[in-house]
Design a binder for this molecule. Structure first.
Ligand code: NAP
Length: 286
C-alpha cells in the first residue's frame, strides 16, 4: 500500500495565506491589527526556536507581535505582573507564555493568570471547560491543527475508532475531546495502558503524542490506518524524528504525517488563527 503523506507544511501555508487576506481586510476596513504577545522565560534553545518561528509567522500574515524575554531566575510575581499588563493592553489580543517554565514558577498559576479572552493557546481552565461542554472558543493549537489536517485531507471521522497515545493537557486530552465532537469513538492510552499494542492496532485513526522517538512500530498499527505523529524528538545525530517509526509504518497505513513538516507547522497556523479570531471578538466583528 502506498500511503498518502499528509503535509502540514502545505496545508498550513494555505491557511496562512487565507489569514493574511483576512488580516488585510481587518486593517483596511476596521483599522484593526491583531496583536500577539509572546513571553519567553530563560534561554531554552528549543523554546527560542519556537518563539522565533511564531514571530516570523506573525510577520508573514501581518499580525503585530511583541516578544517579552525574562531571565531564567525571574520571580513568579514579576511574570504575573507582566501578564496583568498584557491583559490590559488594547494592542494585544493574544498572550502566549512559552512552556516549559523554570521550576520556581507555578506554570498552572501563570496560565490561569492570562485573561481567558486573550488565551490563544487555549490552556486556561475556562477554555478547556468550554471545549469539554462543546462550546469552544479558543482550542489548544496542536489538537486543533490535528483535526484541521484530518479534515483537509478528507479523512472521514464519523464512527471511526480513534486511539490516542498520550493524555497530556496540551495534546492528548484536548485532541480526544475534538475527535469525540467529530463523532469518532475515542480511546485514550497512556503509560499504564495494557496491552498498548492491542488498543493501537484497533485504531482507524491513531494519534501518537508520547515524546519517545520511533515508539510506534508497524506491529502496533492496523493496515490502512491514518496515523498522526505529534512527537518531536531530537536524535543523537541532531535530526528530528517523531513518535512513529515512519519508515516501518509508511507501507502499512493509508495516510501518515511526517516529522518534521506534519503537525508542527499546523500548530503555528492555529495560533495565528486564534489570534485573528480574538482580535475580531474584541472588536465585536463577526
Ligand atoms: P507529555 O506531557 O510528556 O505526555 C506524554 C504522554 O505520553 C503521557 O500521557 C504519557 O503517559 C504517555 N506515555 C509516555 N510513555 C508511554 C508509553 N511507554 N506508553 C504509552 N504512553 C506513554 O508530552 P506532550 O506535551 O503531550 O507531547 C508529546 C510529544 O508531542 C512530544 O514529543 C512533544 O515534543 C510533541 N509536541 C509537539 C507539538 C507540535 O506542535 N508538533 C506540540 C506539542 C507537543 P502518562 O500520562 O501515563 O505519563
Amino acid at each position: 500500500m502506498s500511503a498518502a503523506i499528509i503535509s502540514g507544511k502545505k496545508i498550513s501555508k494555505k491557511i496562512k495565506q487565507e489569514l493574511a487576506q483576512k488580516v488585510s481586510v481587518l486593517k483596511t476596513k476596521h483599522e484593526l491589527v491583531p496583536g500577539l504577545a509572546v513571553v519567553l522565560v530563560g534561554e531554552n534553545p528549543a523554546s527560542q526556536v519556537y518563539v522565533r518561528n511564531k514571530e516570523k509567522a506573525c510577520a508573514l500574515v501581518g499580525v503585530y507581535s511583541e516578544k517579552h524575554e525574562l531571565p531564567a531566575d525571574v520571580s513568579q510575581n514579576v511574570l504575573l505582573k507582566l501578564i496583568d499588563q498584557l491583559n490590559n493592553n488594547d494592542k494585544i489580543h493574544g498572550i502566549l507564555v512559552q512552556l516549559p517554565l523554570p521550576p520556581q514558577i507555578d506554570s498552572q498559576l501563570v496560565l490561569e493568570a492570562i485573561a481567558p479572552d486573550k488565551d490563544v493557546d487555549g490552556f486556561h481552565p475556562y477554555n478547556i471547560g468550554k471545549l469539554l461542554v462543546g462550546e469552544e472558543k479558543f482550542v489548544p493549537c496542536t489538537p486543533q491543527g490535528i483535526i484541521t489536517l484530518l479534515k483537509e485531507s478528507g479523512v472521514d471521522l464519523v464512527g471511526k475508532k480513534a486511539v490516542i497515545i498520550g493524555r497530556s493537557n496540551i495534546v492528548g486530552k484536548p485532541v480526544a475531546l475534538l475527535l469525540l465532537q467529530e463523532h469518532a469513538t475515542v480511546t485514550i492510552c497512556h503509560s499504564r495502558t495494557k496491552p498498548l499494542a492491542e488498543e493501537t492496532s484497533r485504531a482507524d485513526i491513531l494519534v501518537a503524542a508520547i515524546g519517545k522517538p520511533k515508539f510506534v512500530t508497524a506491529d502496533m498499527v492496523k493496515a490502512g490506518a491514518v496515523v498522526i505523529d505529534v512527537g518531536v524528538n531530537r536524535l543523537p545525530d541532531g535530526k528530528l524524528c517523531g513518535d512513529v517509526d515512519f519508515d516501518a509504518v509508511v507501507d502499512k497505513v493509508s495516510a501518515i504525517t511526517p516529522v518534521p513538516g506534519g503537525v508542527g507547522p499546523m500548530t503555528i497556523a492555529m495560533l495565528l488563527s486564534n489570534t485573528v479570531k480574538s482580535a475580531k471578538l474584541h472588536k465585536g466583528i463577526v
